[in-house]
Design a protein around this ligand. Structure first.
Ligand code: HEM
Length: 235
């Protein structure tokens, strides 16, 4: 037993729950997103495509709620959940970065300065995915939160919105439908680019954690399961 180190509680139950729900939902969204992205090549039928989008959006809601809860926790959560402790460029960050460059082996209760940069990049990419995804859900399969609004905007008869179905022309004004497709085009582009960003950031995040653990030897990885890090007694 190492007498200079002690088990210290650093990650609350809510932050760990957020992390693992995020991992599971993003993994599933990537799988379903990739199939939608390659649906033409894969010869996916229209009905199957609608089903894939419905599943993708349903998982997307869980991802979005989880992310919104995390964003709120940044303002009202406890110590390591707060933005002041999680994000770069906050008070004292410059000094933290200088100290980190001088002695990269030092141990952190939360994220190291590079970890904070990664958290920011991941949060931006995820927020873009959430915002664009929630809009697309309305323009394509007419799902909440904006589905009713978009259906109304293309309806020939606004009293028959239920007749408007994905990929169907029933009760749809051709010209306004074309305008809706034009409106959603840059949003799909943003959704796909944020997806590429995540595909690059996720492996970098995992690599950063592995390098961090090899340097710190503080149980960085198990801490996201148990909540406890193995830290020097004086920290
Ligand atoms: C990390 C999270 C996410 C990832 C990695 C992801 C990834 C993708 C990818 C790769 C596509 C295929 C793009 C295409 O060719 O159309 C896609 C499509 C789509 N996504 Fe997501 N997505 C995420 C979150 C969400 C969320 C939160 C929602 C909504 C609740 C959503 C709704 C949609 C919709 C409606 C489409 C179909 C767009 C179309 O009509 O082509 N996505 N997503």
């Amino acid at each position: 037993m190492n007498k200079t180190k002690t088990l210290t509680y650093v990650w609350s139950r809510s932050i760990r729950l957020f992390h693992w729900i995020n991992v599971i939902t993003i993994s599933l969204l990537i799988v379903f997103g990739l199939i939608i992205f390659n649906s033409k090549t894969l010869g996916v039928s229209v009905d199957a495509k609608i089903l894939l989008k419905t599943i993708h959006v349903s998982i997307g809601y869980i991802f979005a709620i989880n992310l919104i809860v995390r964003l709120v926790m940044g303002f009202i959560g406890s110590s390591n959940e707060k933005w002041s402790q999680t994000l770069p460029f906050m008070k004292g960050y410059k000094k933290e970065l200088t100290d980190f460059k001088r002695s990269p082996k030092q141990v952190y209760t939360g994220h190291n300065p590079l970890g904070k940069l990664m958290v920011l990049a991941l949060l931006i990419a995820m927020t873009v995915q959430m915002a664009t995804g929630l809009i697309l859900a309305g323009t394509d399969i007419y799902y909440p939160p904006l589905g009713q609004h978009f259906a109304k905007s293309i309806a020939v008869d606004e009293t028959q919105l239920d007749a408007i179905k994905p990929y169907s022309k029933v009760n749809v004004d051709e010209e306004r439908y074309k305008q809706l497709r034009e409106f959603r085009s840059p949003i799909i582009t943003a959704h796909v680019y944020a997806f590429y960003a995540l595909l690059a950031l996720i492996p970098l995040h995992i690599l950063g954690v592995i390098i961090g653990e090899r340097r710190e030897k503080s149980g960085l990885i198990s801490a996201m399961i148990t909540g406890y890090k193995f830290l020097p007694k004086k920290l």
